[in-house]
Ligand binder design. Structure first.
Ligand code: ADP
Length: 417
């Protein structure tokens, strides 16, 4: 089966085309046929499409909305220029899997999209006003272009964290706010944390119930999850992705009183203060330079830039503090796993974080750490280390494609729209 995986944001679209089925999943032999992205939808968009191992297409052109963007992706996939032999007609795409950011308390796992599911995703818009509307537009566009007969699945960022116990998901604010407004910790990046835990289980050849690990997704957005007996037990992002670790442009945890203080001192509205915390804070805010960790490391090392160094220091310090608190939360873990752009590619950041974990028994091998980059998977700790430290490249799109295949196979009788 060829599955189109769509991740539609408010001004961007990412896609992958993956050939997979139940047999290929078992053998871990799924194959990515193409991937790409369109940035700056709504204006002069930048398009990058890659047929893996074959062609790359780049262009800049005006793209007015998500519908036009999905249309462009499909037309390129079908075109002779892309050289994707597996796809000759639209009928060769058997299903679509969508990343949907917020599933509220309703969705505890991935589902096939029906009209009712679509309505329920709409109900979650107030919890994710920036993300869910774009996800919905992607679903509607794919349905219009491919036809209602092609099954579509929704894979939620929040679903994996629905196993959080009450004591981990409730905030210590008046309880009626949870009852009335569903204010609670939902957590995000669930598909990534779930995939990484799944890979760990495969590597260790252990049962799901025996997975007791801490997973770190360190990309532009960053989050950490405590996984106990295979289930998400606590996670750092909250009602929104703003809470938790220091991120590219997000502050992570702050004293909530700072918001009112910024408003009064800067004459800002609450929305403006929130935008500052979401888009102008984190690594970018501290360094005043960039949200890109690779660039910060160069600035720190080559130009000895004080604020670049400070941003890196705060990032690593706060991450290590979170790991410490999760080791307490879950009464010890067997492994700590790095994933995401920073986690997968930066031995330097991994080393800085692990330096603060020596008391817990963490010891990484400098040499193995240094060479575990560029998508390599494996242990980077020494034999003496307890817990083990792993690098496991994440692959959310693959999990979305696999969930889609499993749902179609399990529910071939159901009527997706
Ligand atoms: P997203 O969360 O948008 O998917 P990624 O997971 O690709 O982003 O992570 C992006 C982050 O990873 C950026 O801060 C980037 O600088 C960082 N990164 C990528 N490669 C390296 C590297 N070699 N060293 C340090 N940081 C890196």
């Amino acid at each position: 089966m060829n599955i189109l995986v769509l991740n539609c944001g408010s001004s961007s679209l990412k896609f992958q085309l993956i050939a997979t089925d139940l047999e290929l999943i078992k053998l871990n032999k799924d194959k990515r046929l193409a991937h790409g992205q369109i940035e700056r939808i709504g204006g002069a968009a930048i398009v990058t499409f890659v047929a893996d191992g074959k062609t790359t297409y780049r262009s800049a052109k005006p793209i007015k909305d998500v519908r036009t963007a999905v249309d462009l992706v499909l037309r390129w996939i079908l075109s002779e220029a892309s050289q994707i032999d597996e796809i000759q007609t639209l009928g060769d795409i058997q299903a679509v899997g969508h990343r949907v950011v917020h599933g509220g308390e309703k969705f505890k796992e991935s589902v096939l999209i029906t009209n009712e599911v679509l309505r329920e995703i709409e109900d979650c818009i107030e919890l994710a006003p920036l993300h869910n509307p774009a996800n919905i537009k992607g679903i509607v566009a794919a349905r219009e272009i491919l036809g209602a007969g092609v099954p579509q699945a929704a894979v939620f960022d929040t679903a994996f964290h629905q196993t959080l116990p009450e004591h981990a998901f409730l905030y210590a604010i008046p309880y009626q706010f949870y009852r009335r407004h569903k204010i609670r910790r939902y957590g995000f990046h669930g598909t990534s944390h779930r995939y990484v835990a799944y890979r760990y289980r495969n590597i260790k050849k252990i049962e799901r119930e025996n997975v007791n690990v801490i997973t770190l997704h360190l990309g532009n957005g960053c989050s950490i999850t405590a996984i106990k007996n295979g289930n998400s037990f606590d996670t750092s992002m909250g009602l929104t992705p703003l809470e938790g670790l220091v991120m590219g442009t997000r502050s992570g945890d702050i004293d909530p009183a700072i918001i009112e203080y910024i408003c009064s001192k800067e004459g800002a509205t609450v929305q403006e203060a929130e935008t500052i915390l979401n888009s102008q804070s984190g690594l970018l805010g501290i360094s005043g330079l960039t949200n890109d960790m690779r660039e910060l490391i160069s600035e720190a090392k080559e130009n000895n830039d004080r604020r670049a160094k400070l941003a890196i220091e705060i990032f690593c310090y706060r991450t290590a503090k979170y790991i410490g608190s999760y080791l307490a939360a879950m009464n010890g873990a067997d492994a700590i796993i790095f994933a995401g752009g920073i986690g997968e590619h930066s031995p330097y950041i991994r080393e800085l974080i692990c330096e603060n974990l020596r008391w817990f028994g963490v010891e990484i091998s400098a040499e193995i750490n240094e060479r575990t980059i560029n998508g390599k998977e494996g242990v980077i700790s020494t034999e003496n280390s307890r817990p083990d430290i792993y690098v496991i490249p994440t692959d959310e799109e693959l999990l979305i494609a696999r969930d889609t295949v499993r749902l179609i196979s399990a529910e071939s009788e159901s009527k997706p729209v």
